[in-house]
Design a protein around this ligand. Structure first.
Ligand code: G1P
Length: 284
């Protein structure tokens, strides 16, 4: 079945970015000239996704405003005959059909994804965590969709991470079946280095079969007292094959300061308008 829908959970507080996030959603933090969440929406659209559900919470109106039409601004740009900016402004609202649902309580990633049940219905769908920003030749979700087409099962986007970083992630164990694809045999959310079954970390991209909703409903709170999507996928693995796919590309964790700075430097160096001068500046 074709993957047409994506879910972007964006209800978190962003405490690692205080005080910036006191009044501003963390997903709206600027990377060169676009908010972080726009990179993720563009990845979904470039992967062929047509409908996106963003899971929001209180104080996230800025995200909805960002992807809305802006008739007053467009009028002004038309008057000024600034075709370039007008294109940027208009394109954004037409990128995909974007819907919103509120997660009233902070119950964990599994709980957030469950808020998408009605939107998703009975189709496989993509999940993109907006803290994880990708720089990849082929959009990462597109790579995972291709893997889904080979296997017809839930696909977790994974890469190897350094040992010390293992406790930050959902870690999967699996048996390789073909280039970069594995059948998942086990999975632990944020294990210690000693208990980790491998160094393959789930890095914020998933294609989930819709049976996941029933699994979430039967998943008790896990790590941190929250309903973890990792635990729900582990249950799904007992009724159908679940796969992990090693994707190509660089992933930046913009949920922390260092990752955010690295992403900013990377995307600034590649930016058509400022890239060259920025490179000269760094070399100086
Ligand atoms: C979440 C998931 C974790 C995954 C990570 C990727 O954790 O629970 O399995 O590896 O995203 O960034 P979080 O970073 O939201 O605590």
């Amino acid at each position: 079945m074709r993957i047409r829908k994506a879910v972007i959970p964006a209800a978190g507080f962003g405490t690692r970015f205080l005080p910036t996030t006191k009044a501003m959603p963390k997903e709206m933090i600027n990377i060169v000239d676009k908010p972080a969440i726009q990179y993720v929406v563009e990845e979904a659209v470039d992967s062929g996704i047509e409908e996106i559900l963003i899971i929001v919470s209180r104080n996230k109106e800025m995200i909805m405003n960002h992807f809305d039409e802006t008739p007053e601004l467009d009028q002004l740009l038309e008057k000024k005959n600034d075709k370039n900016l007008l294109k940027i402004s208009k394109e954004l609202a037409s990128k995909a059909k974007i819907f919103y649902v509120r997660q009233g309580l902070a119950g964990g990633l599994g709980h957030a994804i469950h808020c998408a049940k009605e939107f998703v219905g009975d189709e496989p769908f993509a999940v993109l965590l907006p803290d994880d920003i990708m720089d990849a030749e082929v959009p990462v979700v597109k790579q995972l969709i291709e893997s889904y087409e080979r296997h017809n099962g839930t696909i977790l986007g994974v890469q190897s991470v350094p040992r010390n970083d293992i406790p930050k992630y959902g870690i999967v164990a699996g048996d390789e079946i073909e280039d970069g694809d594995m059948i998942v045999s086990g999975m632990i959310e944020k294990p210690s280095v000693e208990e980790a079954p491998s160094d393959h970390a789930i890095l914020g991209r998933y294609i989930l079969n819709p049976s996941i909703f029933e699994m979430i409903e039967n998943t008790p709170p896990g790590k941190g007292g929250e309903i973890q999507i990792t635990d729900a996928i582990l249950r799904q693995k007992d009724i159908e094959n679940v796969y992990a796919s090693v994707f190509e590309g660089t992933r930046y964790d913009t949920g922390n300061k260092l990752g955010y700075l690295k992403a900013t430097v990377n995307f600034a160096l590649k930016h058509p308008e400022v890239g060259r001068e920025f490179k000269d500046f760094l070399e100086e």
